[in-house]
Design a protein. Sequence first.
Length: 387
Amino acid sequence: MNSLWPILGLVWVRMMAKKIISLIVITGMLIVLMQVAAVQADNGIRVVNISVEMTFPYQIIFEIETESDSEIIDIRLHYQVKRDQFAVVTSEIITDFHPSNKIVTNWKWDMRKSGGLPAGTIIEYWWTVRNIDKETIQTEISNIQFNDERYSWRSISNREITIYWYHGGEDFAWQLLETAQTALDGLQEDTGAHLQEPVSIYIYANVADLQGSMIFPHEWTGGVAFTTYGTVAIGISPNNLEWGRRTIVHELTHLVTQQMTYNPYNSVPVWLNEGLSMYAEGDMQPVFESYLKQAVLSDELITVRSLASPFSADTELSYLAYAQSMSIVDFLIDNYGHEKILELLYVFRVGSSYNEALTKVYGFDMGGLNDRWFDYIFNLYRQALIK
């Protein structure tokens, strides 16, 4: 187990800029990035101005003004979103305009159609312009950061985690950072799983503020892990700190699981992903314990195979699925040791199927796990069944 990283007490403010980019804050929700220096090619095409207007979380508008000695017939925006991915994906947008010697055109990225991006996402972009003489110019690559400028964020960090928050005192933020780091240390001690890249945690003042940062959130959403972005967003008020601590641990563990198992071939079964996050929280909460016990008494447990897929939207079935997932992970750790769970994560990292991974590590597939865990949980509640 690594020793606890010392919390340094530093406020970390990340600023990104290029020498030709200036930042102008128009309102709390609107940012305009403007290129103030023109770009000119030897072939006569000139880029007069480039700007980016961002309204979090709904849209980003990229705009270019360009001119040429001969008619401009093609303008394209190219961009890349910085996230975990095995292949670099460049999106190309052909803008709509009437050919002319001078063009102002733009493209609006409507997040309502694409699902949105988490706060802090970095996007690289550049433009290409072509005229009728087949002359072409490409602008320099620029970076923008899609920040939630509705709030005045502060930040604290250690080597692995940065906490962003805007409501509550600094003691509140330090408590959350300490909770997150303690959870990481406990998870590594119990399972060997650990972060491989730094992560960011955005603390909204309440659930309403959090949901306002998302595109079409579920009404019950109180915290979310954007696993491929290394970002967690949670709505925590200072007077709801206990719930906030558990939620941070839960969502942070999802990032750990993602980083430990990320591969281009397969994901981990949902019961393992959610079960590890529930396990990291500590003892099972009474509400989950109640659903699990009742399912045992009524012989209505969900099979392990079913738990490998996304959980039901039905509230009662969802609670039971979470409870069973935690119990399955607890069963594997108690009966086969911490080292086996770490080995299982590494096997999933190479893209093994669910049955292949379990068989390689434990000697049984999902059907075998189902039988063994069912026996375990029925024995655990034997006294209750007798009564």
